[in-house]
Structure formats: C-alpha cells, structure tokens
Design a protein around this ligand. Sequence first.
Ligand code: DX5
Ligand code: ZN
Length: 335
Amino acid sequence: MPTRRTLVSASILDADLSNLARDSRKALRSGADRLHLDVMDGHFVPNITFGPGLIKRLRRIGKQPFDAHLMISEPGRYMDQFIDAGCDSITFHVEVDEPIEPTLLKIRKAGRQAGLAIKPATPLSALEPYRELLDIVMVMTVEPGFGGQSFMKEAATKILPAHQIFRGRSDGMPAGQVHVDGGVSRQSAELCGGLAAEVLVVGSTLWKKDRDIAREIGLIKALADEGYRNGDGKGQRAVPHDEWVPFATLPRSIGRRLLNEIEAAGVPVIQIRAERAPGAEGPRDYELLIPAGCEDAAAERFGEARQLARGEAEARRHAPQDRTRRDPNVRGGTA
Ligand code: DX5
Ligand code: ZN
C-alpha cells in the first residue's frame, strides 16, 4: 500500500481540560501528526477556551507541530503572544472585522505558517485577496464554537476547490495545505480524503469513553487515504461505499497477503489494528475492512482464501501452546 498521505491534527477541545498535557501527549503518541488548539474569546464565537499562556506551557510536551485555530475577534491584537507561545501555524478567521493582511504578514515574518479559516457559509472567494500570503486554508465543516457537531457535507464541497487558492502564485512557493475542521470522524474521513484534504482536524471522536485513540486515528487516516486513491477528485468514489465492514481478522502479514489478493480484483481493502481485550498478550491482530456493498461478492470469491488464511493464523497462534502440551505436568494431569 502506498505511504500515508493524510495527516491528523488532534483537537484537544473535548479532551479532559484538567489534564490537557496528559491527553495531548496521548494523542501525539497515538499517531496524531499535529496538535490543533482551539482558542475562543466568547465574542467571535459563543464559547471561551484558553489563550496563548496555556499553549506556551503545553508546547514542551512534544516536537510535533502546534496549529493554533483562533476563533477570536481581534487576532491582530494578540498575535505576538501566539507567536511567542511557540505555535508552528496560526490560523484565524477571514470573517474578522479588522485588517487581515498585516496579521498574516506578521505570522510569516516570524517564520510560522499563516492560515485563514472560513465558516461554512463563507465563499472561497473571500480568501482571494490573501492568496499570496497563505500557507493554510482551513475549511470549517461545522459552525465554529463547539466540538461534537455533525459534519456539514455542503460546506465540504469547498475542500477541493480550496486548493486552487495556492495555485499560480507569483512567489513560486510550494503549495499550502487544506485543513478540514469540524465533525471529522470515521464517517466523514473518506469523503475528505477524496477531496484531497491534507490535514484532518479530529476532535471529539478521539475522546469518547474507552476509545482506542491509536486505532481511531489509524482508521481515519486509512479511510482518508482510501478516499484519496479511489476518488475521482470530485468526492465521488470509484467503488461506491458508505460503510466499511470487517472481512477478516488476521495477523498482519497473513492479512496483508489476503488484502493484496482482494485488491488485485479491484475491491479496496483497509487494514487496521484490531481491538483487543485488556491484558491480552502476543502479537496483535489486524482487521481487514471492505466496502459493505462488496461484502457478498467478496465472501463468495475470497471465502476460501479467507478460510486458508484463518487456518494459517490459527496454526501460528497455537504453535506455542502445542509445546505446552508436551509439558510433563500437563500430560500427567490428563492421564
Ligand atoms: C470547532 C473547533 C474544532 C473542534 C472540532 O469550533 O474549531 O476544532 O474541536 O471538534 P469535532 O471534531 O468534535 O468537530
Ligand atoms: Zn478548530
């Protein structure tokens, strides 16, 4: 499978706010590529979170980039503080009622990436005047203010054309990145990938009770990459599939062989770490997921290969136990 393309920026808005260092570390150790910090002032949005002081203290937990997302009315006024806090990228809203260009220039001058975010109802054309100054376009797929809202498909139609903002710039700078923020989960990741989003901001879905964060991040990246590979660039998929279903749970290498066989027949397959019971030992299993619409056909065509793979996995799993059967104590016990 090609290397991963889509990055995940973990939003800590819905993490345990009294344990932000612990949860941020957890996200970064679980495969998040970046950390997304939602700053709200109770004015630009009807919610208040934290400011540059907290980001500065948090900065030391890891080397991964910190993305500040400022949902505040006066980003210009506080920009020095966010730069000083060690943010690697700073994105604020194009809808603010103050001059935008000087603030973007200030971020760039400090050697950080400059971004503009757009609310669901704002057209991309609002970004046009700043195209030469942008490293990031953040497409909001919820109304900014709160985590845990539903992904707005209509707003997502801006993801693909947002890339145009970076094209044909006079500075010859490499293209910037499109971040998608709001309601991103395993349900919407594939669509975002199909629209070529580079960075997915993932919040509340990571912080659900008993979530295996590493598995969730892995799944979201795999789905987004799958969408990217199969998409036609318009959010349409080569194979229509709204839902992925498990096809087999196998050790990684055995699963990989089966995956190659199925993909050679044109059915996309995702391999992700399987969940396992707490305290379980031995090598982890990996789950193969296929589009629900292909389930019956795949079962018919690859049912036998799956049986063989399961048999091989079973033999491998029991290999050590066979040795214990030769243990004299065990033999004594059964005699
Ligand atoms: C919303 C924030 C988002 C939020 C995303 O205003 O900008 O970054 O944390 O959270 P989810 O993933 O739950 O929509
Ligand atoms: Zn955000």
